[in-house]
Design a binder for this molecule. Sequence first.
Ligand code: TEU
Length: 545
Amino acid sequence: MADFSSKVVYQIYPKSFMDSNGDGLGDLKGIIQKLDYLKNLGVDYLWLTPVFVSPQNDNGYDVADYRSIDPRFGTMADMEELIREADQRGMGLMLDMVFNHTSTEHEWFQKALAGEEKYQNYYIFREGTPDKLPTNWQSKFGGPAWEYVPSLGKWYLHLFDVTQADLNWDNPEVRDELKKVILYWKEKGVKGFRFDVVNLISKPERFEDDYEGDGRRFYTDGPHVHEYLKELTRDTGIDDMITVGEMSSTTLENCIRYSAPEEKELSMCFSFHHLKVDYKDGDKWKLMEPDRMALKKLFEKWQTGMQEGHGWNALFWCNHDQPRTVSRFGDEKKYWKESAEMLAASIHLMRGTPYIFQGEELGMTNAHYTSISQYRDVESLNYYKILLDQGKTEKEALEILAARSRDNGRTPIQWTEGRNAGFTEGTPWLEVTANYRKINAEKQIGDSDSIYAFYKKLVALRKEKDVISRGSIDFLEKENPDVLAYKREYEENELIVLNNLTSGEVKIQADPAWAGYHKLLGNYEGVQNDGCITLRPFETVVLEK
Ligand code: TEU
């Protein structure tokens, strides 16, 4: 397995990145127009969320044909051009493989519905009657995880939307079909893959009701998942390519196995525990201020645990399913720039491969929508209804969505202060966030003191310094909930990274040795060190030995 420790990945959500033809949806040609912007940032890989033919009920995560480009995004020729043009700029393309499920519009599912047994075995069908669900499992988007097909007298499993039917990985024909998809894109020059919810692919042998939860304990990190991943990697020869698995509700032990090089499964894992520290009672739809101590403990557990087990973390705050980090863990009003930069440094200097989600490098914020008509995401629309059914008022439900909706991360990229933030000449599919005149790329690119410039510095530093890419990590200030601090070491080199997670000043005891260190990076002038270091609001200070 290759080493991706000095690489940085940039995630593109094509629908919201750049629209080249005025239809209000971003497209592949739009991405090509912005490749120089990405090259200037210095990133190595571009991960594109799905652009395959799809009814778009879940914005492309409902794939109807893994080998064709959805015309909304462009053509295969556009994709080939994008691969070539990115390549010429030293950036590799990563595609999103949604292999846990297909759209119900996929040819396989359609044949299954038409009664072909071969294709029914591609999915998880259970005989039954409409009055009795096979199990009480819940879909991750709300409601039961099973749907009845009267014409067949069978139920099918969908862990996500009702139009996303789960594939049966226990069927070797399914595994072979999916391998062919990988080989097809590899042939086209794609340099890596992201595997959607890949730790959910192996379902249990027996299906039983869950009296403790929503069913996830039965199919998460399931019985054959490691075996299937090894087989996929081996048979497609992708062991030297960058591969990242999205791991839903996973464990450290499993992620070590998924990503330790000797296992030859994946190069790294996304895990989400650190992004649940503001879920009250573990429920995404119950609001709570982030628990900073819990956040610190999780980073410590995953960083040191993966280090000990030779696993490898994907480092991230943001993606297309998450609210914007500056709105969530920072202060987008009073300390917008300071907190965006501190949050960036706090994860980019950890052990792992950092991911930048489009717009994060500009400090883009949550959408602040105030009406349900502004939302597009299937999960948000489902939960809006569920919240109202639970007795919440419209105002309360909208407040929850404003904090938690996946659309917060999906608003169009703010390129300029012009119309529609320069994203489209037409009507954007999802409203642009109102602050685009203040927050946009045009303003930041030329400014050496911008959030964008700060991200650019972080990307460059990872390439210059082995201590960042390869160093060991050890946590400091472990009992202090306000400061996320760690030490990185590699041979004679050492970095001390101090992050104030709060909007107040925080004092910490300085190690006398640090007096001889110099400041490598920070988001304020100087360092306030008189034996104690006083960190200013959301300050990040990086000291180098
Ligand atoms: O996400 C998996 C996933 O578990 C989250 O989307 C989760 O459902 C959400 O945060 C719940 O609050 C992946 C993709 O990233 C997502 O966009 C897809 O909708 C999902 O899989 C299904 O393919």
